[in-house]
Design a protein around this ligand. Structure first.
Ligand code: KIV
Length: 290
């Protein structure tokens, strides 16, 4: 058996079992090479529908399709070996009915091989989450700021800064847990509320802009690498790859223009055997030496 075959992927149940234990580490990933780099550091990789903005240059996640999620999900599965891969259900693919959600979530799992799906919404999604979990689909919930609802929320706004909003957000957390979600992403929620939710629900809370009180953390990988030029308040830049890419591309362009690249090390020489033959340009004829 190859060593590759022995690597066991983290499961949704493993993540569920981390409540109150070791902090859960996760990042988004959309491509095979990035997934390969993040794999050994993360417990799960999220193929987030944020790929619409980060990779495809869209203004929001609303236009992202199931086909896009499946394509990127397949790439992330190919690039990773160890981390659980969770694929986001895009807007319009699960809200209509539990049956619609099941049909599309099953397709995501069958066509990507991922270990779980994530969907946005709290109490309003309770029935759907229960329907999926009872039929074998592990679900990660997502409450607080739910970017697919940007058009009704009126923008990407932090949630729970006004205490009057707390009961509804807490009710969302309790509803998705009751429904059987193995974990819940808590996005852009005021710190004391995130702490209260984490203390109350029995599954790990995964914070993004929701403080270190959560059981785990997630960030958009490209944001924290400084690749998107987008630095929301809750993002820390752990690298500045945009600078590195700009420098590398600039150096390449300068060397190409100056005809310094490609240099002798980057070209193919003619093989010895062929060197003894007379090659007729424009023909496949090779004349043997006399
Ligand atoms: O789509 C995404 O990247 C997400 C994370 C921000 C949690 O849902």
């Amino acid at each position: 058996m190859s060593s590759q075959a022995q690597i066991k992927r983290v499961t949704a149940l493993d993540i569920r079992g981390r409540k109150g234990g070791e902090t859960v580490v996760s990042l988004t990933a959309y491509t095979a090479p990035m997934a390969a780099l993040a794999d050994r550091h993360c417990d799960f990789l999220l193929v987030g529908d944020s790929l619409g903005m980060v990779v495809h240059g869209l203004d929001s996640t609303v236009p992202v399709t199931l086909e896009m999620m499946i394509l990127h999900g397949q790439a992330v599965m190919r690039g990773s070996q160890r981390a659980l891969v969770v694929v986001d259900m895009p807007f319009g693919s699960y809200e209509e009915s539990p049956q619609q959600a099941f049909r599309n979530a099953a397709r995501v799992m069958q066509e990507t091989g991922c270990g779980a799906v994530k969907l946005e919404g709290g109490a309003r999604m309770e029935e759907t989450i229960r329907f999926l979990v009872e039929r074998g689909i592990p679900v990660m919930a997502h409450i607080g700021l739910t970017p697919q609802a940007v058009n009704v929320l009126g923008g990407f706004k932090a949630q729970g800064r006004d205490r009057a909003e707390w009961p509804a957000i807490m009710a969302d957390a309790e509803a998705v847990t009751r429904a059987g979600a193995f974990s819940v992403v808590v996005e852009a929620v005021a710190e004391p509320l995130a702490a209260e939710i984490t203390g109350k629900v029995a599954v790990p809370t995964i914070g993004i802009g929701a403080s270190a009180a959560c059981d785990g953390q997630i960030l958009v990988l490209d944001d924290m690498l400084g690749l998107t030029g987008r630095v929301p308040k809750f993002v820390k830049l752990f690298g500045n790859l945009a600078e590195g890419v700009d420098k590398a591309v600039g150096d390449y362009a300068a060397e190409v223009r100056a005809r310094r690249f490609p240099g002798p090390a980057h070209v193919y020489a003619v093989k010895d055997k062929a060197r003894n033959h007379l090659v007729i340009p424009g023909s496949s004829l090779r004349l043997a030496p006399e």
